[in-house]
Every structure is written in structure tokens, then in C-alpha cells.
Design a protein. Structure first.
Ligand code: NAG
Ligand code: ZN
Length: 232
């Protein structure tokens, strides 16, 4: 009987190291720690909180939004890096770049006058983390759709900003951001798991026919149905 616990222990060790191989590391740097935005970041948000939410959002994106429980379906990233930094582009709040990097504006943090900075920050973090892990049809997917998926994650994570688009809002399906997020929410009602399945199809390519493949209806028909459902 003696060998049995030994085998159990060996298997446990193996599975723990297996998990470790696929873990993503999160790096957060406050590049402007002495500026008003950098100081406010440290006082009201902080590096530990950011790292924790990068992990939580990564798990949520894989398990709930993209339903990629098999690691071979996931976009393989060893790490995601986030920088609190000033922006060249005035007015921008955050941006994704270089495959696994996020820059967050210290100017936005310093000038934000709304109620709950941490809540707003967290929603934007879910948005940017989605860009790190979403498939983009190898660059062929429309930007408006990719931004819509990122806002969809924010919405489903329960971090929509005050004034977030209501169901039925929008002028075009690929308008982007909140309106496309609401449209994607509607597509999920038509076909359960739509956003996850669309993302899966966008791994190597993009075609607008993916909407019809998944729902039986062309995207323009879906858009008309969406508007008809909410606008009376
Ligand atoms: C993002 O911020 C880092 C650190 O401040 C900087 O080195 C990098 O150039 C910025 N990236 C972009 C695309 O602005
Ligand atoms: Zn975005």
C-alpha cells in the first residue's frame, strides 16, 4: 500500500507545474509616480489592486466572455504589462499596444472629477485586457467590432460607466464601443455564446458572414431586428 500516496504526490506535483506553465504574469509600472496623476493612482488605485484585477479580468475573459477553457484556444501570452504614464495623444484615456501592453493616462487619473475613480478605472482595465486576449482575424476584423467586444466585456463584468449606451442605441452595427457592445448582447440572445463563438472564428481570419454562420441571419438583418426590438 505504501507506493500509492507516492504516486498521488507525483501526480499532484505534475499537475501543479502544468498549471504554472500557462499562468500569465502581470507587471504594473507607475512611470510618473511624482506627478499629480501618479500620486492619485498610488493613493486611490495602486499597483496591488491593478495586478489583482488584471488576474480577475483575465480569468473572466477566458472563462465567461470567450469560453476558452482549453488553453490551446487562448491567445498565448506570458505576460501583460501596464504602465501609468502621460499620453502624447491628448484626451485618450488608455491604449493597448505591442500585443501585450497597456498604457493608462495619468492625466485622466489626475483630472477625473466623477464619483468613483476606482470603478471607472476597473472598467477600462477590463476593456484593455480584452484587447490583449481577443482574436482580431489577424488584423482583418473591423476596429469597431473589436472595440465593441472590449466594451461588451466591461458591461458583462458589471463595470459600465454612468451613461453607458442603453439596449437599442446606435446608428450602425460596427459603430464601435458601447453601441456595438449592446448589439453583441442582442446577438447573444439570438444565439447563445455568440461573442465567444465569433471570437473563436476570428482567430485566423475575418468575414462579415460569420454573423450569418452563427445566427442564420446576415448582419444587416440582425441590426434591423435589434433596432426593431427596442425602438418603437
Ligand atoms: C507607453 O508607456 C511606456 C512607459 O512610459 C512608453 O515607454 C511607451 O512608449 C508608451 N507606448 C506608447 C505606444 O505610447
Ligand atoms: Zn479599445
Amino acid at each position: 500500500m505504501a507506493p500509492k500516496p507516492f504516486i498521488g504526490y507525483a501526480l499532484l506535483t505534475f499537475s501543479l507545474s502544468f498549471v504554472k506553465i500557462f499562468a500569465v504574469d502581470y507587471y504594473v509600472t507607475n512611470d510618473v509616480a511624482d506627478t499629480p496623476g501618479g500620486i492619485r493612482f498610488t493613493n486611490e488605485i495602486g499597483i496591488p489592486y491593478t495586478k489583482e484585477k488584471m488576474g480577475t479580468s483575465n480569468d473572466f475573459i477566458w472563462s465567461t466572455i470567450f469560453q476558452q477553457n482549453d488553453p490551446s484556444d487562448q491567445k498565448p501570452l506570458d505576460s501583460v504589462e501596464l504602465y501609468i504614464t502621460t499620453f502624447v495623444d491628448e484626451g485618450a484615456i488608455a491604449m493597448s499596444w505591442g500585443n501585450n501592453k497597456i498604457n493608462f493616462s495619468s492625466v485622466f487619473i489626475s483630472e477625473y472629477t466623477g464619483d468613483d475613480l476606482k470603478y471607472i478605472y476597473t472598467g477600462i482595465l477590463y476593456h484593455e485586457m480584452t484587447h490583449a486576449f481577443q482574436w482580431d482575424g489577424e488584423g482583418r476584423a473591423p476596429i469597431g467590432l473589436l472595440e465593441g467586444v472590449a466594451e461588451y466585456t466591461k458591461l458583462k463584468a458589471n463595470y459600465p460607466q454612468p451613461g453607458f449606451a442603453k439596449p437599442g442605441e446606435g446608428d450602425r452595427w460596427d459603430q464601435g464601443y458601447e453601441c456595438t457592445a449592446r448589439f453583441l448582447e442582442y446577438c447573444d440572445e439570438v444565439s447563445a455564446g455568440f461573442v465567444a463563438n465569433l471570437n473563436k472564428k476570428m482567430r485566423f481570419d475575418y468575414n462579415v458572414d460569420y454573423f450569418e454562420d452563427l445566427t442564420g441571419k446576415p448582419v444587416d438583418q440582425l441590426w434591423n431586428d435589434y433596432k426593431a426590438k427596442y425602438v418603437h
